[in-house]
Design a binder for this molecule. Structure first.
Ligand code: NDP
Length: 293
């Protein structure tokens, strides 16, 4: 069997088109332009790439984009002052502080300072709590993108056996909450899990968010399972080139899985599309407008 390749790039393109339509409607009917502020501290190369493409895609969707680049030595209190300023700015509906932050800054303190209504990353404890209790929350973009792909491919997820590998606050834990919200039977695996291959073998849905290149082997995958590969790992390629691989051994897994996301071109593009969608949702909630579906 050869798996269906879930095309995250095409799916993300459809979401961005819907976001752009919604933005145009909010502008024309209500005179409001959704705005996203992205804050980058330091010069981490991967973060710079993400911030650039977030800014570009925000603009392409017709939204206002505000970029704040601070140098690596910025004091925590100066970053907190900027967050306070963005919280108070009526043109800003979404605030994203790009992680990781430099070591001298306490990430939790910065995330706690963001107005939960503008917390488009969904990392504020209020949003984490709302999600965990099944209430209306801002949902973290990466797991939201994974859920959308799963629903699109499988339809109703109710009763399905799902294994999430990884328990980070950014991906694993919110992913597990979302799957639980869709009535899956969820197992969360991590570095202390015993016999991970056996745990993965019982899953109809596998979400791998580990950060270890091709750790999940093809023979761990149950025939017909749907595999969502969140991992983005840079490894040595031909000559002195590098290439990106996921957390799943793609070629072998694609022989057994029912469907699988590629890396690149799977979860990655969905993450930014969901960020744009979250910004529109935040804008609608702040202004009491109808939310996108
Ligand atoms: P973290 O490093 O925060 O978490 C990794 C998780 O994997 C931990 O819970 C860890 O367990 C678990 N783990 C590590 N080694 C093993 C192992 N041998 N067996 C089982 N579990 C293991 O990573 P993130 O969640 O932030 O990111 C995961 C991956 O997803 C990375 O490759 C990252 O680049 C990618 N990513 C991609 C995004 C996208 O847009 N596509 C967005 C965000 C992340 P423990 O808790 O026990 O240490």
């Amino acid at each position: 069997m050869t798996a269906t390749i879930i095309d995250g790039k095409a799916f993300a393109g459809r979401i961005r088109a819907q976001v752009a339509q919604h933005v145009a409607r909010i502008k024309s009917d209500h005179g409001v332009t959704p705005g996203l502020a992205v804050v980058l501290v330091g010069e981490d190369p991967a973060s710079q790439v993400y911030v650039r493409s977030k800014g570009k895609q925000t603009g392409e969707a017709g939204m206002a984009s505000f970029e704040h680049r601070l140098d690596a030595g910025t004091a925590q209190e100066d970053l907190l002052a900027l967050v306070a300023q963005l919280n108070a700015d009526p043109a800003v509906h979404g605030i994203l502080v790009q992680l990781p932050l430099p070591d001298h800054i306490e990430t939790d303190a910065v995330l706690a300072a963001i107005d939960p209504a503008k917390d488009v990353d969904g990392f504020h404890v209020s949003n984490v709590g709302l999600l965990a209790t099944g209430q209306k929350a801002m949902v973290p973009c990466t797991p939201l993108g994974c859920l959308m792909m799963l629903r699109d491919h499988l339809g109703d997820l109710s009763g399905r056996e799902a294994v999430v590998i990884g328990r980070s606050n950014i991906v694993g834990k919110p992913m597990a909450q979302l799957l639980l919200g869709d009535s899956c039977t969820v197992t969360v695996a991590h570095s202390r899990t015993r016999d991970l291959p056996e745990v993965v073998r019982r899953a109809e849905i596998v979400v791998a968010a580990v950060g270890r290149p091709e750790m999940v082997k093809g023979d761990w995958i149950a025939p017909g399972a749907t595999v969502i590969d969140v991992g983005i790992n840079r490894v040595a390629g031909e000559g002195d080139k590098t290439r990106l691989v996921g957390d799943v051994e793609f070629t072998a897994a694609a022989q057994v899985a029912g469907a699988i996301t590629p890396v690149p071109g799977g979860v990655g593009p969905m993450t930014i599309a969901c960020l744009l969608a979250n910004t529109v949702t935040a804008c609608c909630r702040i202004h009491g407008l109808p939310e996108p579906e």
